[in-house]
Design a protein around this ligand. Structure first.
Ligand SMILES: *[C@@H]1O[C@H](CO)[C@@H](O)[C@H](O)[C@H]1NC(C)=O
Ligand SMILES: *[C@@H]1O[C@H](CO)[C@@H](O)[C@H](O)[C@H]1NC(C)=O
Ligand SMILES: *[C@@H]1O[C@H](CO)[C@@H](O)[C@H](O)[C@H]1NC(C)=O
Ligand SMILES: *[C@@H]1O[C@H](CO)[C@@H](O)[C@H](O)[C@H]1NC(C)=O
Ligand SMILES: *[C@@H]1O[C@H](CO)[C@@H](O)[C@H](O)[C@H]1NC(C)=O
Length: 762
């Protein structure tokens, strides 16, 4: 179940984005903690006591369930609320299997377990599941009926389908009842293979020309055969990294690759018997400015909005070396990939000097049919109706030279997004229909530090709308799955469910519109930021995605200003929260811009007037400026309090309800003086200097406590001591902790009110 603390973490937002990327993305975040609606973000968490490694998922929208593979167990969760466990089945290793595994030098508590690695839907509605089974991979059928998950317990050999080693990457896909897998086929994690398991297994050649120490990442079935004018076949694409052969380098260089096979491939007759005749691979480029080494693909996602020609692949990439954590997102059009596979020249190995082999472009004429091509109309016309008919010349060529000369280049020939800081680990992409009917691809990127970023590219401009810290303490995101607008996030420690179309946390029109979230628009009728759906497509909604133009928002602020009085020599703090982390505050005094000086210190969220004198009297306005848009939203009238008050105390105000501040402060002062007087006279005992005024468990936005209390609390939270900056953080914090207001008499005799924040755990 979900505890309060986890819940908060799920819906918490990071406010700082690293700005050191070579191409700093246009990024923006909102503060969840300020929003009571954070609770409505749909953040839910699942973890079963005693179980770990929740890194395999199968969406069963037909059953409204999320099938979750963990270590030694499979769970069926409600798709709408993953905290609701529908069923589970244990699938652990026997004692004997564990003993065998340990005797081979593996670790009993971590490695010699059954990690669920493959979960696919069978044609009949049951599921196919494989686990590492203590370095002895096995597969079985799994069914859900009458509220229980059942393993058929007719275990099958899982070698070549599921990795032996739970730490190894692998990939799989079920296509028309046939399982395609890419994994290592032995105990030591070597002998990589990409294969199809039907009655007759078709697999890759076991040579380094085909797969050279690969790390398998993603597999996708593209149903091209349905509508290809040349009668071409469906393709299964495989994304992976491997050691390059094409670089003149003495050190090992890894590259990203895309390979593909044809669905109808049956292998060759004599050459390439029971091997792919259509296995071709090409380098996958994700160019990032000033980085020369190829970036390595970590995950891929594909989306098609119509037939196969509309498919786009999105990938996350990282540097070769883990240390300098640059990450990037690149996108590829299926047609660009297809063009490389069907038109590029090949690379071939040439022996240079005596032993050194160099791969270079092969410019001699190719055999016909083209090596690696699927059976299409051209082949059929020549009498080749299946791969078994293909001539040896074609097959021998592909057996030796499956690598293409040309690389697949990214859309726009550059990365869509580059960011330093935490490494990207996973990606999924959603489609959001904006108010104007345009569709946008919303990227959801998981990171090594446990956050999910939400980003959109508007005509070349990358906007990171938010970054949500899902797991804390940070835990790498190992799997992302998307169902409609719900995101499921898996890690070794648990699973989270988030809504990606939540708009309630944007409270103001400016905030809502400038967020440029395609899911959200400001509804002028209701005065709320709402999720856009068909019923909302009315003229009363405002959205401005490409321009970020909020000029249609109703004017705010400016009409009234807050009156503030201060004593000579005071430090006055005038808060002004910009609408977003992209907006900058802009201060004016009597219509003139304020320049930073010893007296005026412009902070990101306030103006500090240090050692204020009569010159500080006047009308202050604060505006937020974001891009082209500027809005005034706070105004103050400052007046120096004439009188003998020379005691230095600090005054600070927040928007609204501050007309009473000065009075309350003075009353407190008098009260405090009375207290001192009484103490001095010995009229009062001195048990403790703390007097408890308020003890509450309010949340932000809770207005139920009396105005008087509110006023007291405001004073308490606003008397900020310049020397203890840590108090700032408390001002706008939603707190479920106990707030105590205390009056203390400082050693110097200076009177101050302090806001004490009890940091005890809940
Ligand atoms: C499984 O999860 C545990 C707990 O987080 C972790 O220590 C272990 O390394 C994970 N095992 C694998 C194979 O990832
Ligand atoms: C699975 O095993 C756990 C402990 O290992 C046990 O608590 C649970 O009841 C078992 N569940 C089923 C469905 O057998
Ligand atoms: C799983 O079910 C399929 C039919 O859906 C069957 O062909 C296959 O043999 C079964 N496998 C096992 C391991 O029982
Ligand atoms: C589910 O329950 C129904 C009746 O309650 C029964 O007829 C059916 O055989 C059950 N199915 C399984 C797979 O147990
Ligand atoms: C997606 O979710 C929205 C809102 O939750 C719902 O109205 C819509 O029908 C869903 N679409 C699908 C395809 O499930």
């Amino acid at each position: 179940m979900l505890t309060a603390k986890e819940f908060l973490l799920v819906s918490r937002l990071i406010l700082h984005l690293n700005s050191q990327s070579p191409e700093p993305p246009f990024s923006r975040t909102a503060n969840y903690l300020e929003s009571p609606e954070a609770q409505g973000n749909g953040g839910l968490f699942f973890r079963e006591e005693g179980f770990w490694n929740y890194t395999t998922m199968l969406l069963r929208e037909d059953l409204n369930m999320l099938i979750l593979g963990a270590r030694d167990a499979i769970f069926a969760l409600d798709l709408d609320d993953i905290t609701a466990k529908k069923a589970m089945v244990n699938w652990s290793v026997t004692e004997q299997q564990q003993k065998d595994c340990v005797s081979k030098g593996k670790d009993a508590t971590n490695e010699c377990k059954n990690y669920i690695r493959i979960l696919h839907k069978n044609k009949d509605g049951s599921m196919y599941v494989c686990g590492t089974k203590a370095f002895n991979p096995s597969c079985d059928n799994l069914s859900y009926a009458n509220g229980t998950l059942n393993l058929q317990k007719k275990q099958e050999e899982g070698k070549g389908k599921c990795p032996f080693d739970p730490f190894q990457r692998y990939s799989s896909e079920m296509v028309d009842g046939a399982l395609y897998t890419a994994t290592a086929t032995n105990f030591r994690g070597l002998e990589p293979v990409m294969m199809r398991s039907t009655d007759e297994i078709i697999r890759t050649e076991s040579t380094s020309a085909w797969l050279n120490e690969p790390n398998f990442v993603y597999m996708a079935h593209i149903p091209e055969g349905e509508s290809n004018p040349e009668g071409d076949d469906d393709k299964i694409y495989l994304f992976f990294t491997e050691t390059a052969v094409e670089y003149d380098s003495y050190t090992k260089v890894d590259v990203s690759r895309v390979a593909r096979v044809c669905k109808g491939d049956l292998g060759g007759q004599r050459t390439l018997q029971k091997k792919w005749t259509s296995f071709l691979k090409a380098r996958l480029d994700c160019p990032v400015l000033n980085i020369n080494l190829p970036l390595l693909v970590q995950d891929m996602f594909h989306m098609c909005q119509g037939d196969w020609t509309t498919c786009v692949f999105y990938g996350v990439f990282t540097l070769q070396l883990d240390s300098a954590q640059y990450s990037a997102v690149c996108a590829y059009k299926i047609e660009d990939i297809k063009t490389v596979f069907s038109e590029s020249k090949f690379k071939a190995p040439f022996t240079v000097e005596t032993s050194f082999v160099k791969w270079a472009m092969y410019s001699t004429e190719l055999p016909d049919p083209r090596p690696g091509a699927c059976i299409d109309n051209h082949a059929r016309k020549k009498g080749f109706t299946k791969t078994l008919d293909l001539p040896d010349k074609t097959l021998q060529f592909i057996k030796d030279k499956p690598l293409l000369d040309q690389a697949v280049s990214a859309i726009g020939k550059r990365a869509l997004l580059v960011k330093s800081g935490t490494a990207f680990t996973r990606i999924v992409v959603a489609i959001a229909t904006a108010l104007n009917g345009r569709r946008h691809h919303v990227m959801l990127i998981g990171t090594k530090s446990g956050s999910v970023m939400k980003a959109v590219n508007y005509e070349g401009e990358m906007v990171i709308m938010e970054e949500i810290q899902v797991f804390e303490p940070s835990e790498p995101i190992k799997i992302l799955r998307l169902s409609n607008t719900t995101l499921y996030v898996g890690s070794e420690v648990g699973v989270a469910q988030l809504s990606i179309s939540e708009c309630g946390r944007y409270h103001a029109c400016l905030d809502c519109v400038l967020a440029r979230d395609p899911y959200c628009g400001w509804d002028l009728n209701t005065g709320r930021c709402s999720t856009i759906d068909s019923t909302h497509r009315t003229s009363t909604m405002i959205q401005s995605l490409s321009a970020g133009d909020a000029s249609q928002c109703p004017p705010i602020g400016g009409s009234k200003s807050d009156n503030i009085s201060f004593f000579h020599g005071n430090t006055v703090k005038l808060p002004c929260q910009p609408y977003s982390n992209l907006a900058k505050v802009h201060w004016q005094l009597n219509g003139q811009p304020i320049r930073p000086s010893d007296t005026f210190q412009i902070l990101s969220d306030s103006l500090m007037i240090v050692n204020a004198s009569a010159e500080a009297d006047g009308h202050y306005t604060c505006s937020s400026v974001e891009g082209k848009y500027k809005a005034q939203h706070v105004a103050y009238d400052l007046k120096m309090w004439s009188g003998p008050g020379t005691t230095a105390f600090l005054s600070d105000v927040k928007e609204k309800e501050n007309t009473l501040v000065a009075m309350v402060v003075i009353l407190s002062l008098i009260l405090a003086m009375l207290v001192i007087w009484n103490l001095y006279k010995g009229h009062l005992p001195l048990p403790c200097c703390h007097s408890r005024v308020k003890d509450t468990t309010n949340t932000c936005g809770d207005e139920r406590f009396s105005a008087n209390q509110a006023q007291q609390q405001k004073v308490a939270s606003s008397t900020v001591n310049m020397n203890s900056n840590n108090n700032y953080a408390n001002i706008q914090r939603c707190s479920t902790e106990t707030d105590r207001l205390s009056t203390t008499v400082g050693s110097s005799g200076q009177i101050s009110l302090r806001y004490i924040d009890d940091e005890s755990e809940i």
